[in-house]
Design a protein around this ligand. Structure first.
Ligand code: CA
Length: 588
């Protein structure tokens, strides 16, 4: 009704039900339009940088809650979503594949959608969801039964609903979709079940499949319902039929580099974890044990799904170092166009944006054991004795030699997104310092069953912290400042032109740091652990900041000794929205 009155006052003839349409230009310019957040990553480059500075280093101490919204009683599990905001409405995805539309000014619910999941879904790492995508008059999100749903943004009614893959085979879906030129593009989850990683593109209007691109060599892609090209070369780096259940889940979704018109998706661990079963246990001069394109970043043409380039972070992967972490296009301080990505394996990589070629890499966590470094071609310099041993070499054939590896399989950095400041030129990387005992076991593939061939126990490295938020210079590899946190960090980071870096902790604190010094300038107790992704936007001339609180995710489920360390943390499920009250914006 308010919109009708405003429109009438402006002398424009529109109906009260007309709905603003999100266009490709809105998506393309999301990083600079401060009144909206219509993409995962606050821009499809995933820089998570806002040009807003109404809230800044001087006044952030006056940041106060405006409203909070509960995501519901029995479904209080990990809340890893990034809010979207458009036309006065906030859209939040939540645990168990739910989506809420909330009045961004008042916190009142407008509608909610519950995917009503079938029995027998197989999520590996909590019943989380990482966010939605907006385009036209619809909102899109993935569900734990491996479907993608398009809802009417105004009503929450289902417009179309499509199957990504068979949840009974271990597929699921949790990442935010990405939309490019009218295509809704998704990955898939299930790397611990011997699935095959794939990227799919559908017509946003109809849900009709346009192309598919499996990411394990030997599988055929499709274009408009017909076979297109094979991914890689059959059996070039995989023995026998292992590629058919080769893993490489594309479970974190992708980024988009508009300048080179390239989608970049990451592929998870090759399956099974036991690398000796994949010819990866022994170094081969011809690299035939590399298991492409698992543990890789892959540049894809968004129009047809053809692979433009790939860069494998962990060839011969054997520690569950998924290669899915986000790839962020940026311009470095020398003016070169680069990609940056902080891998599970503990190394931060800089790649060329034109062709994905290796430029530089350096460790961003301490005491890495499995590799001495990265060579000039971007390949790890392996410490072969730090690979979990081959069970068939053991006397009983049941358990290979146990080794202690750093980082742990949950990674120097896991899914939680870093942020890049265009002002400081620094990446703010949420990392964890931990290791693991890991050993290999025999395993054979069985549909819908865990396909690891490995056992493990995660252990902290230091008494006083696991979590480590680092400000990293991508030119030098130097850490400019570090914030240490007792529990492992598992939430996203955002930075602003106000000179602030925001992130949350499992202990429940939502914090703001000085982007240059790391000094903590503000914090607020949200009542449960934060594993969500902060955002900021402008509304009615004021700057708002939001984050979802709700402890969960992979750490308490997979975390070994670390899980014991965090088992006192309370679950929850609240969206928190903050602003600096007008009268305090210029107050010191
Ligand atoms: Ca994995």
């Amino acid at each position: 009704m308010r919109r009708f009155l405003l429109a009438a006052a402006a002398g424009i003839l529109v109906s009260a039900t007309a709905q603003a349409q999100v266009t490709e230009d809105d998506l393309k310019n999301d990083q600079t339009i401060t009144t909206q957040i219509v993409t995962n990553g606050m821009g499809r480059h995933l820089q998570r940088y806002s040009p807003l500075k109404i809230v800044n280093k001087e006044n952030v101490k006056n940041l106060l809650p405006v409203w909070a919204f509960s995501l519901g009683g029995e479904k209080q599990r990990g809340q890893e979503s990034q809010p979207l905001v458009y036309d006065g409405v906030m859209y939040i995805t939540a645990s168990y594949s739910r989506l809420f539309a909330i009045d961004a000014r008042t916190g009142e619910e407008i509608w909610q959608y519950d995917a009503r999941l079938p029995e027998g879904i197989l999520p590996c790492c909590d019943v989380i969801n990482r966010g939605a995508a907006i385009y036209g008059d619809k909102i899109y999100f993935g569900t734990l039964d491996a479907r993608i749903v398009a809802l009417d943004r105004k009503t929450g009614d289902v417009v179309w609903r499509k199957k990504i893959a068979d949840y009974k085979a271990g597929y699921s879906y949790t990442a935010a979709p990405i939309i490019v030129n009218g295509l809704v593009i998704t990955g898939n989850s299930g790397g611990e079940f011997g699935i095959v990683g794939e990227v799919q593109a559908r017509d946003a209007e109809t849900g009709e499949m346009v192309w598919t691109r499996p990411v394990i060599e030997g599988h055929m892609g499709t274009y408009k319902g017909k076979p297109s090209t094979m991914t890689g070369k059959l059996n070039a780096t995989w023995p026998g039929d292992l590629w058919k259940t080769g893993g490489g889940a594309t479970w974190l979704g992708g980024s988009y580099d508009a300048e080179t018109d390239t989608l970049v998706f990451g592929a998870g661990n090759p399956a099974p974890w036991n690398s000796h079963l994949r010819n990866a246990g022994e170094p081969r001069p011809d690299n035939s044990g590399d298991n492409l394109y698992a543990a890789s970043r892959i540049g894809i043409n968004p129009a047809n799904g053809e692979i433009k380039w790939h860069f494998q972070t962990t060839p011969r992967e054997g520690w569950d170092f998924d290669g899915v972490n986000e790839v962020v296009p940026f311009v470095d301080a020398k003016g070169d166009k680069r990609f940056a990505t902080a891998d599970r394996n503990g190394f931060f990589y800089v790649l060329n944006r034109e062709d994905g070629a290796f430029v530089d890499a350096f460790p961003f966590v301490k005491n890495i054991t499995w590799a001495k470094g990265i060579d000039k071609n971007g390949r790890p310099i392996y410490v072969e004795e730090n690979r979990p041993g081959n069970p068939s070499a053991a006397a009983d054939g049941a358990k290979g030699e146990t080794i202690f590896a750093v980082p742990s399989f949950l990674g120097g950095k896991n899914w939680m997104p870093m942020a890049y400041s265009q002002d400081t030129g620094l990446f703010y990387v949420p990392s964890n310092e931990w290791g693991m005992d890991i050993w290999n076991e025999p395993i054979s593939y069985k549909k819908g069953a865990a396909y690891l061939g490995a056992g493990f126990t995660i252990k902290p490295l230091f008494e006083d912290h696991i979590g480590s938020l680092k400000a990293i210079d991508p030119l030098t590899g130097e850490t400019q400042w570090e914030y240490k946190n007792n529990a492992p960090l598992w939430g996203g980071v955002m930075t602003t032109a106000g000179g602030l870096v925001f992130t949350g902790t499992p202990e429940g604190l939502f914090k703001a740091f000085d982007d240059e010094t790391g000094e903590e300038l503000w914090s607020f107790q949200t009542g449960s652990g934060i594993v969500g992704q902060p955002v900021t936007w402008e509304m009615d001339g004021e700057q708002y900041v939001a984050v979802i609180s709700g402890w969960g995710g992979a750490v308490p489920l997979w975390g070994g000794e670390v899980a014991k360390k965090v088992n006192y943390l309370n679950q929850g499920g609240l969206v928190w929205v903050f602003k600096v009250p007008k009268q305090l914006v210029s107050a010191n």
